[in-house]
Design a protein around this ligand. Structure first.
Ligand code: BG6
Length: 527
């Protein structure tokens, strides 16, 4: 009887969504992890292909995948945009983007093979004929290039255009897959601008594409160092026993950028740092740091743990004390004098969009009760750095004279996401000499030194996973909605109360952010 109950518990839950089909490579020995997965025949259609994201990230990543031998022979890339272009002109644009931004060296034979499968479809989103043309182009590629009727549609377009494109895909008979031919849709953030709009957007997308065929890109999850949080936590015995409120004093999650908003006013004005970065990248980092161990790395198990921890996460009140926001003013970026946000092209002089945001969260679980999670992000700060610092409590007793430990801080484990990828452990060590003096030192692990292979770009990993149909690194709609649920109260509060505080470019943000931590008796790290 007990055994039957245990077996029933181990059984797959009935309501589990169906995993998208993946192509099994008959040559692959399942035990040999060095042989990479290669997707089956397919085409990738990019809407918004003439935009910045495509040029700087998507097209180079596709070439890098081809260069690494990770695209199938039957692969095609179809660009869709309003501009009048022949296939060859589009090919030339892709080539220019590849030469400028690809990570791996240029190889003519790789390019020639890729170029054979490149097509362009001209049209606007309300043009039925353009979508019929897209359908014919895809059919033609199926016949000539052997793409097998499998299509991924990448929406590198503003969400306002989603309804029309979804409708057109349905009308042109392109949205419906079958057991033999898959359809997937890839969407870029912003996934709404608050909970209600995110729910509407998710409902709209799910009307056309069932949830298991929707791949929401949060490019932070494609970064090796972000995936390494899971390896560090769950492959080792060392940390898990101290990864909790008994030992951890607080956690700081920082994503600092040194660049400003050159040329991105159209997207950023009215969105701001919290919606742009905290709602997605930083809350995902929090989820990886704070979640419980998943039963397995099956995508659904991983997502279930993230959903659980995000459900337990909420803002610490009162919001005027536990949050801060700012807007960059003129200053110096290295040796260069830079203008403030209001002088940037496209920003209204009275814009209240924040370029810096900091919030305090708590995770209401037994593991984390009472441990504040401080999240901050900003543009035009002193340095480009993303890191998660787990700061430990002080030792309960120090058997030294107070003068011996004056320079001893708190132990910390810092997961360095970028640009200097690795892990740092900070602890106290004796300063050489005849007296007992203890001071902080760092022990470093660096990716560059430990491994000889360079990390792929986040978009390489994510595009590959879309084509393989592996959803682990893509947030599900529940995660997106929970993230808005966490953030909405502070967005409403900021909208109703005053303006962001100016901070000098090249510094570490507004004074109110420092005060926010000082109130709790803590300080921001200066990485
Ligand atoms: C994007 C934000 O998601 O991430 C940008 O929209 C930001 O504002 C970018 O600059 C930073 O990405 P990365 O990978 O350089 O840290």
């Amino acid at each position: 009887m007990a055994e039957t109950a245990a077996a029933a518990q181990r059984a797959e839950p009935a309501a589990r969504p169906k995993l998208s089909r993946t192509w099994a490579n008959p040559l692959r020995d399942e035990r040999d992890k060095r042989i990479p997965h290669i997707p089956g025949p397919c085409s990738l259609v990019i809407f918004g292909v003439t935009g910045d994201l495509s040029r700087r990230k998507l097209l180079p990543a596709i070439y890098d995948l081809a260069n690494r031998g990770l695209l199938p022979p039957g692969f095609a890339l179809v660009g869709f945009a309003r501009r009048e272009m022949a296939d060859e002109d589009f090919g030339a644009e892709v080539l220019a983007a590849v030469k400028k931004h690809a990570r791996t060296p240029f190889r003519q034979e790789v390019w020639d093979r890729l170029a054979e499968g490149i097509r362009f479809v001209q049209g606007s989103f309300d043009d039925d004929a353009a979508f019929d043309n897209l359908a014919r182009t895809l059919e033609d590629l199926d016949a000539r290039r052997g793409t097998g009727g499998n299509h991924a549609f990448y929406f590198a377009i503003p969400p306002a255009a989603f309804p029309l494109v979804l409708q057109q895909l349905t009308k042109a008979g392109l949205s419906q897959g079958s057991d033999e031919q898959w359809r997937r849709v890839v969407i870029e953030k912003p996934f709404g601008h608050d909970l209600a709009s995110a729910q509407d957007l998710n409902a709209l997308v799910n009307e056309t594409f069932p949830e298991e065929t929707v791949f929401r890109i949060d490019h932070y999850l494609g970064k090796e160092t972000v995936q390494n949080i899971l390896a560090l936590r769950f492959a080792n015995q060392l940390l898990e026993p101290i990864w909790n409120a008994h030992y951890v004093d607080h956690v700081q999650i920082t994503m600092a950028e040194d660049i400003g908003l050159e040329g991105r006013a159209g997207y950023y004005d009215g969105i701001g740092a919290a919606r742009d970065v905290i709602q997605n990248h930083l809350l995902q980092l929090l989820a990886f740091t704070a979640m419980e161990e998943p039963v397995s790395f099956d995508p659904h198990q991983l997502q279930a743990e993230k959903v659980k921890v995000l459900s337990a996460t909420k803002l610490v009140e009162p919001l005027d004390e536990s949050t801060a926001r700012g807007q960059y003013a003129e200053g110096w970026q290295g040796a260069q004098h830079v203008v403030g946000l209001h002088e940037e092209a496209g920003f209204a002089p009275d814009s209240r969009t924040e370029t810096y945001a900091a919030i305090t969260l708590e995770v209401d679980t037994r593991r984390w009760a009472g441990v504040p999670f401080f999240l901050r992000t900003g543009k035009r700060l002193g340095k480009r750095v993303t890191e998660i610092a787990v700061v430990f409590k002080r030792a309960p007793h120090l058997p030294f004279d107070a003068t011996m430990t004056e320079e001893l801080g708190q132990n910390a484990l810092v997961m360095r996401i970028q640009p200097d990828e690795g892990i740092t452990m900070r602890f106290g060590a004796k300063v050489p000499g005849s007296s007992m003096e203890v001071r902080d030192v760092n022990m470093d692990f660096s990716y560059g030194e430990a491994f000889t292979v360079a990390s792929p770009e986040a978009y390489e990993r994510l595009i590959l996973d879309v084509l393989l149909g592996v959803p682990s690194l893509f947030p599900v709609n529940e995660e997106v909605e929970l993230s808005w649920r966490i953030l909405d109260p502070v967005l409403d509060y900021w909208a109703a109360h005053g303006k962001p505080e100016p901070y000098e470019s090249g510094t570490w943000g507004p004074r109110s952010a420092d005060e926010m931590l000082h109130r709790t008796g803590r300080e921001w790290r200066r990485p």
